[in-house]
Write a protein that binds this ligand. Structure first.
Ligand code: MRU
Length: 353
């Protein structure tokens, strides 16, 4: 915990001396290191290789990327706005699934008419806002989960990393879990390791250790078995893009968790900021799903875990239908897509009678 607070103003991303400072999420859990990103290309690369990752964090990186571009395309007080807009489009394209990235870029670009400092100020404001928004969502998520089982310590399960590393600070689903621990309500967190890049075992486990929350790591395929053995009271995850009907994209494996949770009658809760909603999409079928390179699954030649040349299907995300989601918790509200879906179905049946 100290590392972030002392070296980095308490935020996982920050603007300092005309550069973006960010925790290098590839180095954890072995090393806590900061990256200094001085160019748009360096920032895009950091997002692509997941040195900076997590939907809210890449949204903030997007805004800072525009600030870097303004710095590059500024001569004698004037900013070459066409070049900045071209960079902004490249930044927004760095990864396709999380809607926060384009949102962050858009907010910073909107400040261009107000001058270079306004762009930096907007990005910094977004960092502070993200921390506040996550605190509110985490507290609301903790209230909701507490109300499910008011009388006993909770066994929670989470996937990927939704902590302060994936955001400016606090985290979303993991922020809720840490808040529940603060309230003395957590017996244990099961952390899916999250193949293939291990955001669960590398990052979530590290954050839980720092926050002194009891946890155990399980392989992703053990999650359903844990549920069937009565080891899970609630599943909490984040999201990268939520369609208007509550269908939610998140790290690959989330959909399978939701199916298993529904099978066992276990509440399945998504925690995400309002900026993760994409109101332009009526349902999840329009969410672009990033596919990543084979080597993430097969290992590199010197550490192969598959035959050379094996074909690979490596989607980074999947879409959980709203009908499997008990609640989506944001800084402003609790949405219940499963209930809405049931009501719609009942209405449909009534209209046919
Ligand atoms: O590929 P990643 O590691 O960027 O995927 C991240 C996730 O799927 C997170 O669950 C999501 O972005 C929410 S982070 C608060």
């Amino acid at each position: 915990m100290g590392a972030l607070r002392h070296e980095h103003h308490g935020f996982s991303l920050y603007w300092e001396d005309n550069a973006v400072m960010a925790v290098d999420q590839r180095a954890l859990p072995q090393r806590f290191e900061l990256l200094r990103l001085e160019s748009v290309d360096a920032l895009i690369d950091a997002v692509r290789v997941l040195a900076v990752r997590g939907a809210p964090a890449i949204g903030l990186a997007g805004a800072f990327g525009v600030a870097l571009s303004v710095r590059t395309h500024r001569t004698a007080g004037a900013v070459d706005e066409d070049s900045v807009r071209a960079d902004a489009a490249r930044i927004a394209d760095a990864r396709p699934t999380a809607v926060n990235l384009a949102w962050g870029v858009r907010r910073a670009v909107a400040q261009l008419p107000n001058g270079p400092q306004a762009v930096v100020d907007e990005a910094m404001k977004m960092v502070a806002e993200d921390a506040a928004v996550n605190s509110a969502a985490a507290a609301r998520a903790a209230d909701l989960v507490e109300s499910l089982h008011p009388h006993r310590p909770l066994r929670l399960l989470t996937h990927c990393n939704t902590g302060r590393l994936a955001t400016a600070a606090v985290g979303t689903a993991l922020g809720g879990i840490i808040e529940l621990r603060r309230r003395g309500r957590v017996a244990e967190v099961l952390v899916d390791e999250t193949r293939p890049l291990l955001q669960g075992s590398r990052l979530t486990a590290w954050e839980l250790g720092e926050a002194e929350v009891p946890y155990r790591i399980c392989v992703d395929s053990a999650a359903a078995a844990a549920m069937s053995r009565g080891m899970v009271d609630c599943v909490l995850v984040g999201a990268d893009r939520i369609a208007a009907n509550g269908d939610a994209a998140n790290k690959i494996g989330t959909y399978g968790l939701a199916v298993a949770a529904a099978r066992h009658g276990i509440p399945f809760v998504v925690v995400a900021p309002e900026s993760t909603w994409d109101p332009d999409l009526p349902d999840g079928s329009g969410i672009p799903i990033e596919e990543r390179e084979a080597a993430e699954v097969t290992g590199d030649a010197d550490a192969a875990v598959a035959p050379a040349g094996a074909g690979v299907f490596n989607p980074a995300f999947d879409v959980t239908p709203g009908e499997l989601i008990t609640a989506i918790v944001t800084e402003d509200r609790v949405v219940r897509p499963r209930d809405a879906h049931r009501e719609q179905r009942a209405e449909l049946i009534r209209s046919r009678i």
